[in-house]
Design a protein around this ligand. Structure first.
Ligand SMILES: Nc1ncnc2c1ncn2[C@@H]1O[C@H](COP(=O)(O)OP(=O)(O)OP(=O)(O)O)[C@@H](O)[C@H]1O
Length: 487
């Protein structure tokens, strides 16, 4: 979307009026060469790009007005036009629209009949200043719009930024080991405006990484606003994200309420569980991401926002796009900088670091400073699959520190579910062999089967064949690939 799309109605009324006054067809293009308004023949072409190499595109490039009084003879200006053979125009005048010295559009008037062509020929000297005047009016309208947007931004600027303890990349456990690559990428894009999409299972540290990106960016003195799209009922999510005006719906505050996007102005918004955003809201989110403006629910004003977007999901968005539950255009808009956080089972070297980190934290918090982990238990914990990832590991350590009665945390102090998951088979002397529960064994087994297929040259390029052979649907295959890190 360009600046013209925000004043579409205004521009179309100009096109209609010029057409009436001059008795010719009118078309107006935006800076990308998209027809934003048109009369007569051009009405049906609104929203479509002008042909590559066409006369109006040339005006966009040069920023100079131009006329062609005989399209058939003046082939030099039309020679590169991809539409030349089908063109029915007889004569045309094109005038650029500038904004602060930059060419941001073109107004064109077109003759289709010999009589119109004749009139254009005779009146061109009078019509040029007229077109220039129209162009200035459009520029004026665009500048007015900028000022309005700026004003709405300034109002937001007066809001105090939300307080958040900064998180630095170096503080993240695994920054030098299992997370080194992803953190290196995150550092590179910390100051960019591009949208980041963090993928990873639940509890892998997506929100923490988002906070670190914000903390190490130039936006860090403004707000980091997080919203969990899965946790808010569909009926409320729209007003939470985009805000509402007073009286927008029953029970709403009289003075209205800014949405998370407005609150994040100049800062960062973290759209957690973005894969759970309902289809009905996806077009509005896409519009906000593209146009960087927000319309509150029940409002008529548009707020300009300057927000860095970081989204996260544990969902297989590609499958969702294929199944039609997630819009493809929104997916591409979000997935500009993809970052993937590996689950703990794929970076086992980090598990002892997390164990030590959380042990230290809870020993201190619970004032049990002398507490240590039994060596055998420590090895077993390092070999465990941790389906809930870091959150689960932290939770287990907190539980154990609470339960421990003497200076060593032992098997008896483990949460119940870990007993069920195989730790009871651990010898007192611990053999060092990994002991796994049924769920973990199934996991390894399924992963190994898929890895075999992807290592086989006969199958590896043909996912449909793999899905057929395993008698599962293609979307199930994609889900499993995501789960086992085979994408
Ligand atoms: N690299 C890390 N170093 C230290 N602590 C971490 C790290 N990653 C995650 N944690 C901790 O693990 C817990 C879960 O992290 P976080 O909430 O960021 O995960 P998430 O992937 O966003 O989870 P969900 O998808 O369920 O929302 C938090 O307590 C967080 O502080």
């Amino acid at each position: 979307m360009t600046q013209f799309s925000r004043i579409e109605g205004f521009i179309q009324s100009y096109a209609d009026n010029i057409s009436k006054v001059l008795g010719l067809d009118v078309t107006i293009l935006d800076e990308q060469g998209i027809r934003v308004s048109g009369t007569g023949y051009y009405q049906d072409l609104i929203g479509l790009p002008a042909p590559e190499g066409s006369f109006f595109r040339m005006i966009l490039q040069t920023g100079q007005p131009g006329m062609i009084f005989d399209m058939k003879k003046n082939e030099s200006q039309c020679m590169n036009c991809k539409f030349l053979q089908q063109c029915r125009e007889l004569a045309t005048i094109g005038f650029p629209v500038h904004k602060r010295e930059k060419t941001v559009g073109v107004i064109g008037i077109i003759a289709f009949s010999p009589e119109q062509k004749e009139r254009m020929h005779h009146n061109s000297e009078k019509w040029m200043p007229f077109l220039q005047h129209t162009s200035s009016l459009i520029e004026h309208k665009l500048l007015e719009l900028d000022a309005e947007l700026e004003k709405s931004c300034n109002i937001q600027e007066e809001m105090p930024p939300a307080v958040m303890n900064p998180v630095y990349f170096a503080q993240l456990i695994g920054a030098e080991t299992g997370l080194r690559d992803v953190i290196a990428k995150a550092k590179k894009v910390a100051n960019s405006i591009s949208t980041v999409l963090i993928r990873g299972e639940s509890g892998t540290g997506k929100e923490l990484l988002a906070k670190a990106i914000h903390s190490e960016s130039q936006r860090s003195r403004y707000s980091f606003i997080a919203i969990n799209c899965a946790a808010i009922p569909e009926a409320l999510l729209e007003s939470e994200l985009f805000g509402y005006e007073g009286g927008a719906f029953t029970g709403s505050r009289r003075e209205g309420k800014p949405g998370k996007f407005e609150l994040a102005h100049r800062g960062t918004i973290f759209l957690d569980e973005v894969g759970d955003i309902p289809l009905s809201l996806q077009p509005k989110l896409l519009r906000v991401l593209q146009e960087k403006t927000v319309d509150r629910v029940g409002g008529i004003k548009t707020f300009g926002i300057d927000v860095r977007v970081i989204a996260a999901t544990h969902r297989d968005l590609e499958s969702m796009v294929r199944e039609g539950t997630f819009r493809e255009d929104l997916y591409y808009r979000l997935n500009v900088i993809p970052l993937r956080l590996k689950p703990l089972r794929e970076r086992r070297e980090d598990i002892p670091l997390y164990l030590q980190h959380f042990l230290y934290r809870y020993r201190t918090l619970l004032q049990k400073s002398g507490l240590a982990l039994d060596a055998g238990l420590s090895k077993w914990l390092a070999s465990y699959e941790w389906p809930g990832n870091i959150r689960q590991l932290e939770n287990a350590v907190e539980y154990m520190v609470n339960m421990a009665e003497d200076t060593t945390i032992s098997r008896e102090d483990l949460p119940e579910y870990l007993h069920l998951d195989g730790c009871d088979q651990m010898d007192a002397g611990y053999s060092g062999e990994k002991v796994q529960g049924l769920e973990q064994r199934m996991y390894q087994y399924e992963k190994a089967i898929l890895e075999q297929f992807f290592a086989d040259p006969h199958y590896c390029q043909d996912k449909a064949l793999i899905a057929d052979t395993l008698q599962i649907s293609l979307s199930t295959l994609y889900r499993k690939m995501e789960k086992y890190g085979l994408v």
